[in-house]
Write a protein that binds this ligand. Sequence first.
Ligand SMILES: NC(=O)c1ccc[n+]([C@@H]2O[C@H](COP(=O)([O-])OP(=O)(O)OC[C@H]3O[C@@H](n4cnc5c(N)ncnc54)[C@H](O)[C@@H]3O)[C@@H](O)[C@H]2O)c1
Length: 246
Amino acid sequence: MNRMKDKVCVVTGGAQGIGRGIVETFVAEGAARVYALDMNATDFPELERTCPAARGVVVNVTDAAAIEAFVEKAKAEFGRIDVLVNNAGITRDALIHKMSEADWDAVIAVNLKGPFLMTKYIAPLMMENGSGSIVSISSVVGLDGNIGQSNYAATKGGVVAMTKGWAKEFARKGAKVRANAVSPGYTRTPMIESVPEKVLEPIIARTPLGRLAEIRDIANAVLFLSSDEAEFITGQVLRVDGGLVL
Ligand SMILES: NC(=O)c1ccc[n+]([C@@H]2O[C@H](COP(=O)([O-])OP(=O)(O)OC[C@H]3O[C@@H](n4cnc5c(N)ncnc54)[C@H](O)[C@@H]3O)[C@@H](O)[C@H]2O)c1
């Protein structure tokens, strides 16, 4: 119950879905503060009521100035950020010949530039403080590809590649700043609400453990990698997909 005791955490896309589950888990595990960064503030009052250590902050992860301003605010409040979870993500699916440049650019901006910017502004603070954990959410699609998801797959594969580079870059100069990724299988959140059951059924049939992921499955994996229990783990991709991608 105390695996995040006293930690200052940042979770992007923390208003709903997997991000919300991560925020709730960190708070339940004793975090001092969990900043839930999201573009959509509708759920913030309820989040802050049910999770007293959580704070909703409106930040678009593609907006460098907003991220910089947020980091200054967190620095003023706590002087440090211990954990960053790059979770915010979107899909704009289409077969490649039908995919517009706008849909390509939108997904690259949120899913790839977002983690780049968040990490660019937060990792130096972690380096200064000598420790930290960055967990970025990839996807089975980033490891295995998927029809109609060229843009999304490129970003999720990119997150894995960036994570491995960060693991090397941030472990220099005596700093113990770790970077890992979690690769969820299809998870019941608003993101897949529009996916028809007839598409999900064959995925469940191909999954050795025979079901979709639940938000808690992903949040528990992120908790482990964010906590000091994982202090000797960096540059890894933890697959949480019931064995879908082996
Ligand atoms: N649901 C799945 O099946 C699944 C599977 C694998 C990976 N993932 C990944 O997990 C992460 C979370 O997915 P989810 O299913 O919870 O999605 P979701 O759509 O339910 O929630 C995403 C959250 O991110 C926020 N967001 C979107 N764009 C943003 C931006 N530019 N700046 C700040 N916040 C922004 C949204 O407002 C929303 O609150 C994503 O990176 C997604 O790609 C999801």
